[in-house]
Design a protein around this ligand. Structure first.
Ligand SMILES: Nc1nc2c(c(=O)[nH]1)N[C@H]1C(S)=C(S)[C@@H](COP(=O)(O)O)O[C@H]1N2
Ligand SMILES: [Mo]
Length: 312
C-alpha cells in the first residue's frame, strides 16, 4: 500500500507547515507593540551586542500611502548614492528597562526620502514597517521635531546636546560613540531624543522595508488618571498616576503649577513588564497641584490633567 503511505506523509507534511505558519503569524502580532520583554530586556551593564545587527544587505525600500504624491521605491544603491542627504551621527537612547546607551549610525535623512516621494501638506501619520511585522508609528510633528544626542546622558545632564537627524541607517553599532565602528546591516530607523528621558529605542525599527505615509489623523492619547481622587488627603498620601495604555506612553508631571512636557519629571521610567517598582507614587505632604501629560509615539500628546490635593 505504497500510495496510502505517501498520502499519510503528505498530510503530515501539510499539518506541520500549517502549524509553522500559524506560529509565525502569532509571533509577529506579539512584536507589533513592545510586549515581548525578551526582545527589549536589556539589563543595565549588558553590552546589547547579543542581539547585534540583523546583518546582510539592506532591502528595497518602498514609500507608499495616500500621504505621498507617488509610491516610490529605492534600491540600497540608490539610497547610498544620495550624497546631499547622507548623515552619520551618534544617537543617545533610553529603552523601557530603562537602560541608557549610545548607537552610532550612518544612512540617509528621512526628510529627503519623504520629499522625493512627494509628501503631501496634509500627511499626518507615518508608519515604519519591518519584514517581521514589527512597526512604529509617528505623528508628523514627532517626525519633524528637533531631536538631540545627549553626550552626557549617563550623567543625566543635557549639556552639550547635538541636534541629530532622523535617518534610515545601513551602518550602525550599539554601545559605542565611534562612527567608524558602524557595521553594515538591514535598514534601521534611528533618531534622537527630545529630552533626556525620551525612551526611543523601541521605535528604532530594524529591517525597515516600507514607510507608509497617511493623511489619517493619528488621534490623541487619553488623559492621565490619579488615585486617590483629588481633594482632601492625609499627609504622606501616595498619589498613583496611571494611563490606560501605560506601556506605550510616558507620563510626565509637574508639582509647581507649570505645564508639563517631555522635559518634566518622569513618572513611569519602566514598563509594567520590566521594573514597575520604579514607577513610584508621588508623596503628598502639603497642598499641591499635580499637572500630568501622556506622551507617546504615534498619537498627539494627551490633554494636561490637573489634580489638586489639600492636606488635612
Ligand atoms: N523589526 C523589529 N525592530 C525592532 C524590534 C523588533 O522586535 N522587530 N524591537 C524593538 C525594541 S522593543 C527594542 S528595545 C530595540 C532593540 O534593539 P536591539 O535588539 O538592537 O538592542 O529594537 C526595536 N526594533
Ligand atoms: Mo524594547
Amino acid at each position: 500500500m505504497l500510495w496510502m503511505n505517501r498520502l499519510l506523509k503528505t498530510i503530515g507534511f501539510a499539518a506541520v507547515l500549517l502549524i509553522a505558519c500559524l506560529s509565525l503569524i502569532t509571533g509577529c502580532q506579539d512584536q507589533k507593540r513592545e510586549t515581548t520583554p525578551q526582545t527589549a530586556g536589556i539589563a543595565p551593564g549588558s553590552t546589547g551586542l547579543e542581539t547585534g545587527n540583523p546583518g546582510g544587505e539592506p532591502d528595497m525600500l518602498t514609500i507608499t500611502g495616500n500621504g505621498v504624491e507617488r509610491e516610490t521605491k529605492f534600491t540600497p544603491d540608490e539610497l547610498k548614492s544620495m550624497e546631499d542627504a547622507l548623515a552619520g551621527a551618534c544617537y543617545s537612547a533610553v529603552n523601557n528597562w530603562p537602560a541608557k546607551k549610545f548607537i552610532v549610525g550612518k544612512g540617509v535623512k528621512l526628510t529627503h526620502l519623504l520629499q522625493k516621494a512627494g509628501i503631501k501638506e496634509d500627511a499626518q501619520t507615518i508608519i515604519f514597517k519591518a519584514a517581521d511585522g514589527y512597526n512604529a508609528s509617528f505623528t508628523r510633528e514627532q517626525l519633524e521635531e528637533k531631536r538631540f544626542c545627549y553626550p552626557d546622558l549617563l550623567k543625566g545632564s543635557a549639556e552639550g546636546a547635538v541636534e541629530v537627524p532622523m535617518i534610515l541607517a545601513w551602518g550602525y553599532q550599539e554601545d559605542t560613540s565611534n562612527l567608524s565602528e558602524a557595521a553594515s546591516g538591514k535598514l534601521r530607523l534611528l533618531f534622537g531624543q527630545t529630552g533626556l528621558n525620551d525612551a526611543a529605542t523601541a521605535a528604532f525599527v530594524k529591517g525597515v522595508t516600507t514607510i507608509e505615509v497617511l493623511t489619517t489623523p493619528p488621534g490623541q492619547w487619553g488623559a492621565v488618571r490619579a488615585e486617590p481622587a483629588p481633594g482632601k488627603v492625609k499627609p504622606g498620601t501616595g498619589v498613583v498616576l496611571s494611563h490606560p495604555e501605560q506601556d506605550l506612553v510616558k507620563i510626565y508631571y509637574t508639582l509647581d503649577g507649570s505645564e508639563p512636557d517631555a522635559k518634566s519629571l518622569l513618572y513611569n521610567p519602566s514598563t509594567s513588564y520590566f521594573r514597575p517598582e520604579l514607577n513610584k507614587p508621588i508623596q503628598v505632604n502639603q497642598t499641591v497641584t499635580i499637572k500630568a501629560i501622556a506622551i507617546g509615539f504615534g498619537k498627539h500628546n494627551s490633554q494636561v490633567a490637573i489634580f489638586n490635593y489639600d492636606v488635612e
